[in-house]
Write a protein that binds this ligand. Structure first.
Ligand SMILES: Cc1ncc(COP(=O)(O)O)c(C=O)c1O
Length: 454
């Protein structure tokens, strides 16, 4: 209950006082309708495996792996212990001209599961930083190669690449761009791959739309390939409503980039670490980029971390010049943070020993079938699925854009299921430990919510 924006404490005793804040006004929440939230706040106070607990002691089934990131499930003992041990041993060490062993071990373990020749890892603290870093590495690589005219960066409409100025500029989500007028210059966008009139209710890769790759050729014809440094895309555009690439599309983009000397960056911040039933999206689609951005599932979200993985030709291409000069003038105080490295190493062990990528792969069909069973509902206009990701798009209600989807999200939460909404789409991406029973519960709860909300 709120009084003058102050939440009355339900029970003031030592057990609850830490769990329930009594002032909601100071915290400016990210990507949130702050005023609406503060009128009707929702608190998550603990988590284990597939469930969160609220401050009212309700168990909430996590249908979105936190925010597409807790791929191994919550508070897994191996990861918790690794972080606890690390913080007691060494809290922090600078990564500038100094190393700690786990950062090197992790880089080589990642290289071991990344596609062939994607061998070098640069650490960041988030997906947004990974994207900005990847764009800078692409520019630095061309520069070092004597190709300094290649400065143009190409994104795609409806793409999401985080919130830094680089990621925002190459991104293609209108709401994320229009509030901030200054974008990077020299950026252009390809057409997105969303063709609902031909592809609605596709399971897996849609049949139509390979020709959308030719919008890259249009941009090459407009700007000339010699001015283009890199193309960045999400293999599956998740944050914009789960847009799965049409059959042949990624292969076509790869081919055009190769023929024109343009670096291809896959933003794997969501798709990586088993979300699609393979280690990375490149493995699922058999298309290998030159640079990959990683985050989220890299540490199971236990400690913030992002990374840029590059083809060895890029690293090697920058390892020139006098050895007393820094090769890449870029890095963060927390690059390769000791806690993040410990969490990531334990997370990789967890994925491997629990065979979670294989598990996601084996559940893909079941998950897709259950999602597509919502097709009969009047207000559902499209369902898109791949791996353990589903987007359920709803008809816009007369009272405005996003109103119905918010009510469905709210209804699901009231009925103990955490979902995510974007535009008019409810997105589902559970931890990879999800059971068939829990998949049933997820889609039954969404069915009831869509029916109740109207
Ligand atoms: C594809 C993609 N890239 C980048 C980001 C940004 O990551 P972060 O929120 O960790 O900065 C996200 C976040 O959802 C994402 O989905």
């Amino acid at each position: 209950m709120l009084k003058n924006n102050v939440l009355e404490l339900k029970k003031i005793d030592e057990n609850t006082i830490d769990d329930i804040p009594n002032d909601l006004s100071s915290y400016w929440m990210p990507f949130t309708t702050n005023r609406r939230f503060k009128k009707n706040p929702r608190f998550l106070v603990s988590a284990k495996d597939m469930y969160y607990k609220t401050n009212n002691d309700k168990s909430i089934l996590d249908g979105v792996a936190g925010l597409w990131c807790v791929n191994a499930g919550h508070c897994r003992p191996r990861i918790v212990k690794a972080v606890q041990d690390q913080v007691a041993e060494m809290d922090y060490a600078t990564a500038f001209n100094m190393g700690h062993p786990k950062a090197f071990t992790l880089a080589s373990r990642l290289a071991g599961i990344l596609p062939k020749d994607i061998d070098n890892i640069f650490y960041t603290n988030s997906g947004s930083e990974a994207v900005d870093t990847a764009l800078k590495i692409a520019l630095a690589y061309h520069n070092a190669n004597g190709d300094s005219r290649r400065t143009r960066l190409i994104g795609r409409s409806r793409g999401y690449h985080g919130v830094g100025f680089g990621g925002m500029s190459v991104g293609g989500m209108v709401a994320n761009r229009k509030q901030f007028s200054n974008h990077l210059p020299g950026v252009d966008h390809m057409q997105d791959t969303h063709i609902p009139e031909l592809n609605a209710f596709s399971k897996g890769q849609p049949k139509h739309g390979v020709e959308r790759a030719h919008s890259l050729i249009d941009l090459i014809n407009l700007h000339d390939a010699s001015t283009i440094a890199a193309v960045i895309i999400e293999p599956v555009a998740c944050s914009t409503g789960v847009l799965v690439p049409p059959i042949g599309y990624l292969e076509e983009i790869r081919d055009i980039c190769t023929k024109n000397g343009i670096l291809l960056i896959f933003d794997e911040v969501i798709c990586g670490f088993g979300r699609l039933g393979t280690p990375f999206a490149g493995d699922k689609f058999n298309v290998i980029p030159d640079i990959m951005t990683l985050a989220k599932g890299i540490t199971n979200a236990t400690v913030p971390m992002g990374a840029v993985a590059t083809h060895k030709k890029i690293y090697d291409g920058l390892m020139h010049g006098p050895e007393n000069v820094v090769e890449l003038f870029h890095g963060y105080t927390y690059s390769g943070h000791s806690l993040a490295c410990a969490a990531a190493l334990a997370t990789l062990e967890e994925y491997e020993s629990e065979k979670l990528f294989e598990r996601a792969n084996s559940l893909e069909n079941y998950f897709g079938e259950k999602a597509h069973m919502l097709k009969d509902l009047d207000n559902v206009i499209d369902i898109r699925t791949i791996g353990l990701v589903a987007g359920i798009e709803l008809k816009t209600r007369e009272d405005g854009l996003g109103k119905r989807v918010y009510d469905v999200f709210d209804n699901c939460f009231e009925n103990n299921l955490l979902t995510r909404f974007t535009g008019e789409t409810i997105a589902i991406s559970p931890p990879l430990i999800v059971s068939k029973q829990q998949i049933n519960t997820i889609f039954e709860t969404i069915r009831s919510a869509i029916l109740e909300v109207k």
